[in-house]
Every structure is written in structure tokens, then in C-alpha cells.
Design a protein around this ligand. Structure first.
Ligand code: PGA
Length: 235
């Protein structure tokens, strides 16, 4: 089981350090934290597994505001998220950009969590499978079933809204994704201690990408403990 905490634009270096110094992940679960760029060094110093929230596809160049894979490696960062729906929706990232980011990061030796997911409008108009297929195929075409690649299914309508996909809905989407690209798939979208157990009990759900509930040490630790127990049950 893998639990990743996406801190988004929260926690500077000081808060990052104090969170991680007091946070002890339980046995039997791999935990990744994704702090903002300026807090990556502080997170790495605590000895945790650390991913950036994005990464560019070139080794350097005139790309104001972007960070290259080699720069993350130099800092001791282990990987990066790509294609988070906030990047896609608020910053106009296309499937092609996401795929390029994934390919170069993996090529440089970073781990990658590549996010996919449909909007409410797409789900309501019956386009969920089509949207997921296009998003996953772009990543599959660029990166293949790379051993350091993990996918995250994050229905956009469930992110930060308190609405979660039902375990059956998530399980169906995960199965669909794995048929296209056979890699572990995390579920993301309002995961919290109250709903983590039933989501993580689904056979095709390999972990969670947690936003809001990862910001607070107690709730993040509770989700990690649930994942650890669920891992033991799955054998
Ligand atoms: P949330 O965010 O858990 O706050 O819904 C998940 C994410 O955006 O990765």
C-alpha cells in the first residue's frame, strides 16, 4: 500500500519540518509527501520519501517558473506528481504536456505519480471511460509500464469537495485504467480516516493520494494506519 500526501500550496519549510519530525509512518505502508517546491529540501532532510508536485520535461532552458528533473534529483527528491487536475484545469496542462513530464522524469530516474480523472460534467454525460482512456493512453504511450510509474485516479468532482466516489465506482475506474496500463493505481478525492478503509479494501485500489486530510498529522497518520492494516488483510 502506498499513501501519498499532496500538500498543494500549504506548508513552508518550517511547518514541513515540524510536521515530519513528529510524524512516524506505521510499518507496512509506503508514505510519500509532496510539499511545495520551497519546502522540498526541508522534507528531504527528515529522511522521508519526498515527491515534488510537478516537474518540467527539459533539463534546463527558458521556462520561467518551472523546475527540471535533475534539479529535483540534486536536492535528493525521489519523484514528482504529474497531471494533477489542478494543473490540468487551472494551469491549462494538456495530456501531451503531462505525458512529456512523466516521460522525462522517469527517464531521469525519478518516480512519478501520474493523475487522471474525469470532471462532473464528463461523468454526467457518460464520457468517463473515454476521458480516462485518452488520459491514460497518453501516459502509456510516452512512458509505458515503467516500474517507477504509479497512476492516481482522482475524479475531479471528488477533490476537495467532501464528495467521494463510492468504493464500487472507484474500483470500476481502477480496473478500467489497469486494463490500459498495468501499474498500481491510487485513489484520490476527499480520502479521510472515515472512508479510507472501505476504499482501500477494494482489490484494484493500491493506495491513496490524499490532499486536505494529509495536512494534519493525526488524520494523515490515521489514514496510513488504515492502509497498513488493509495491507495485512490483503496478505
Ligand atoms: P483532497 O485532494 O483529498 O483534498 O480531495 C486530493 C488531491 O487533490 O490529490
Amino acid at each position: 500500500m502506498l499513501i501519498a500526501g499532496n500538500w498543494k500550496m500549504f506548508k513552508g519549510p518550517g511547518e514541513t519540518r515540524s510536521f515530519l519530525e513528529s510524524f512516524e509512518p506505521p510499518e507496512g505502508v509506503d508514505v510519500i509527501v509532496c510539499p511545495p517546491y520551497v519546502s522540498l529540501a526541508a522534507a528531504v532532510e527528515t529522511g522521508r520519501t519526498v515527491y515534488a508536485q510537478n516537474v518540467h520535461w527539459e533539463p534546463n532552458g527558458a521556462y520561467t517558473g518551472e523546475i527540471a528533473p535533475e534539479m529535483l534529483l540534486e536536492l535528493g527528491v525521489h519523484g514528482a506528481l504529474v497531471g494533477h487536475s489542478e494543473r490540468r484545469q487551472l494551469f491549462g496542462e494538456s495530456n501531451e504536456m503531462v505525458a512529456r513530464r512523466a516521460r522525462t522524469a522517469l527517464g531521469a530516474g525519478l518516480g512519478v505519480i501520474a493523475c487522471v480523472g474525469e470532471t462532473l460534467e464528463q461523468r454526467e454525460s457518460g464520457d468517463t471511460d473515454l476521458v480516462l482512456k485518452i488520459q491514460v493512453e497518453a501516459i502509456a504511450f510516452a512512458a509505458g509500464a515503467h516500474e517507477k510509474l504509479v497512476l492516481a485516479y482522482e475524479p475531479v468532482w471528488a477533490i476537495g469537495t467532501g464528495q467521494t466516489a463510492t468504493p464500487a465506482m472507484a474500483e470500476e475506474a481502477h480496473g478500467f485504467i489497469k486494463d490500459i496500463l498495468d501499474r498500481p493505481v491510487l485513489y484520490g478525492g476527499s480520502v479521510k480516516p472515515e472512508n479510507a478503509a472501505e476504499l482501500l479494501a477494494q482489490p484494484s485500489i493500491d493506495g491513496a493520494l490524499v490532499g486536505g486530510a494529509s495536512l494534519e498529522p493525526d488524520s494523515f497518520a490515521a489514514i496510513c494506519r488504515i492502509a497498513s492494516a488493509s495491507d495485512r488483510e490483503h496478505g
